[in-house]
Ligand binder design. Structure first.
Ligand SMILES: Nc1ncnc2c1ncn2[C@@H]1O[C@H](COP(=O)(O)OP(=O)(O)OP(=O)(O)O)[C@@H](O)[C@H]1O
Ligand SMILES: [Mg+2]
Length: 593
């Protein structure tokens, strides 16, 4: 059922209009968060506040032409979206109305995703079975999307009276009839509605088990994200947020990708909408869209639709999570969402807080990020929803409210640095401003893959990078050559960590994805180099001689040169390094190697 097409009688009249915000005099009961329809076009809105007999409503569509006196009515249900097998592979607006069909524009009052075609359903239950709420009743295998499961709604269980035979059905056709605990008969379709602001219930939230593996070294090996975790990615203009989100969409080991785009400029989102459907899925060789749902808002859509879009996104994510899938939600950018919140708050005449944002910015961000989880679903499946939110702080100032509040709720913080981006050092994640709070649990993952030393290696890398920052400051004053050899060796190692390990081109065929084994091999080899060069310097070898060795050049380039299937070549390189170092003699000039 759709709020917009609902035929409930008018129970209020509009008295005041400011952009997407209305006030209305009510003649009946309304609830906060209840979906409403407005006017003869039946625009979709939501009650956000009630004072006595006045309701404040945000409208998700263009309110041009609305006048005081326009009737409106409630629907009795909170703002909800229809979740079903037709979502994968499609592009929607912030209220889950299909976009592709109409170009980048949705018509006022356009209905939600009621009919999206027919899908091949195979039942997995029989009449007489007793099903718990949220149980799996069948599977859907579309030719153009990854396999999915059909779930009972999270608030509905009972005894199966009838179940459809295998065949093609539409989204909203009854495929199962249940008798619930109260003895009522319930008709169940492949899709069901769920309120966007209400987290879908689960049996249990489970502790973190492993990472969301991304194939990006600076993330997996240095600032990993737990599967079911939450990450914030702040970065100024042009620092690579969108490219990194796209890289994650392609390479992270999630089953389903939810991409929520809150565009800064209309044409930016249009670019994503055009490019995304053309991307190949490197894992399957098919289209990435087959396991992707895009929720798009451009800046020319009403701000309130942008406000709801991230909740719509998480709700869709939870729906796939409940099918036992690993889901990654990428939101680009949450700053645009926060601006929508600010604009609506301004129109409501609320007292502005920091940066003009409403006082509830922080709790809204918490509501969003806290829905990331690794769970046992109601039907017993284990699934996860990981959330990665980009933040675009104005003037790259990370002390602004959206960034600081995001920091409170994420466990992985990936700070994109303008200096690195300007130097075309990508991904521009700053190793000293970023962090991950799940190192301890995630070290098990590396142990299981044969690298129990990972936490120490990682700490050593970060220690060297920190020392590099300190020494660079000193070198600016006294000159690099005036630094003692041991400190020059630290700079050499830090440079190698940056160049060979942290730097990784999203556009290189060899290096765009770095396997677990290759990350380990590279990390071990760099650690080996750190040990050996330390020893060499202690033995009186000059740092510039080490730096000038041909083996050193090969080390710096190893990410680009040695692919995931060529791991033996790391051992060859280690041997080359050994013999080159052995040829250096204390105090000799730089022509060895
Ligand atoms: N990983 C990468 N590898 C190579 N080049 C990159 C990488 N990331 C970003 N770039 C370069 O930087 C440019 C800007 O990146 P991107 O559009 O992702 O930035 P952004 O932070 O999303 O910018 P905006 O603030 O405008 O949204 C890209 O067009 C590309 O040339
Ligand atoms: Mg961008």
């Amino acid at each position: 059922m759709n709020a917009v097409s609902d035929n409930t009688p008018a129970a209020a009249t509009v008295t005041w209009i400011s952009g997407p915000v209305l006030r209305a005099r009510t003649r009946g009961a309304f609830q906060v968060n209840e979906a409403v329809w407005v006017g003869p076009q039946r625009l979709l809105g939501e009650v956000i506040r009630i004072h006595g007999d006045e309701a404040v409503i945000q409208v998700y569509e263009d309110t041009t032409g609305l006048r005081p006196g326009t009737p409106l009515g409630g629907t009795g249900t909170p703002l909800s979206v229809r979740l079903g097998p037709g979502l994968l592979g499609n592009i929607f607006d912030g209220l889950l109305r299909p976009l592709a069909a109409q170009g980048n524009y949705v018509h006022p009052g356009a209905s939600q995703t009621r009919d999206m075609g027919r899908f091949p359903f195979t039942p997995v239950v029989q009449p007489g079975d007793r099903l718990k709420a949220g149980a799996i009743v069948g599977v859907v295998k579309r030719r153009d999307a990854r396999p999915q499961r059909c779930l009972l709604p999270p608030d509905c269980g009972g005894e199966v009276i009838s179940i459809a035979a295998a065949g093609e059905y539409s989204n909203h056709e009854t495929i199962c009839t249940l008798r619930d605990a109260a003895g009522e008969t319930r008709d169940i379709a492949m899709s069901h509605r769920w309120p966007v602001r209400q987290p879908r219930p689960v049996t249990a939230r489970m502790p973190v088990e492993g990472p969301l593996f991304t194939g990006q070294r600076v993330l997996d090996s240095i600032f990993p994200l737990a599967c079911g975790g939450r990450a914030g990615m702040p970065g100024g203009f042009g620092t690579g947020k969108t490219i990194l989100q796209e890289t994650l969409a392609k390479w992270c080991d999630a089953d389903v990708i939810i991409y929520v785009g809150c565009g800064e400029r209309g044409n930016e989102m249009a670019g994503v909408l055009k490019e995304f459907p053309e991307l190949d899925d490197p894992r399957t060789g098919r289209r990435l869209m087959e396991r992707t749902v895009i929720i798009a808002n451009t800046s020319n859509m009403p701000v309130s639709a942008r406000e709801s879009s991230i909740y719509t996104g998480v709700t869709v994510g939870e729906y796939f999570r409940d099918q036992g899938m690993r889901v990654a939600l990428l939101a680009d950018s949450t700053s645009r969402w926060a601006e929508a919140l600010r604009e609506i708050s301004g129109r409501l005449g609320e007292l502005p807080g920091e940066g003009g944002y409403p006082a509830y910015l922080s709790s809204r961000l918490a509501d969003f990020y806290e829905r990331a989880a690794h769970v046992r679903a109601l039907n017993g499946q284990i699934g996860s929803l990981s959330i990665i939110g980009a933040v675009s702080p104005p003037s790259a100032d990370f002390s602004e409210p959206v960034t600081t509040h995001t920091k409170r709720y994420v466990r992985s913080f990936w700070a994109l640095d303008a200096g690195r981006a300007q130097a075309r050092f990508y991904p521009a994640i700053h190793p000293l401003q970023s962090y991950s709070q799940d190192i301890e649990v995630l070290s098990q993952f590396w142990s299981q893959h044969g690298n129990p030393e990972w936490p120490q290696q990682r700490r050593r890398f970060l220690g060297l990078l920190e020392e590099q920052a300190r020494l660079d400051r000193m070198a600016r004053i006294i000159g690099k050559d005036a630094l003692p050899p041991r400190q020059q060796q630290v700079l050499l190692c830090a440079e190698l960590i940056n160049e060979a390990f942290l730097r990784q081109s999203a556009f290189s065929d060899v290096d765009r994805f770095c396997s677990v084994a290759r990350q380990i091999a590279m990390m071990k080899l760099i650690n080996y180099f750190i040990d050996k060069s330390e020893q060499a310097v202690a033995d009186g070898i000059r740092v510039e001689d080490i730096s000038a060795m041909d083996a050193m050049r090969r080390l710096r380039r190893m990410g680009e040169d040695i692919g995931n299937d060529d791991l033996d070549r790391f051992e060859e390189l280690r041997q080359a390094l050994d013999s080159a170092l052995a040829q250096l003699t204390p105090g000799a000039t730089a022509d060895a190697g």
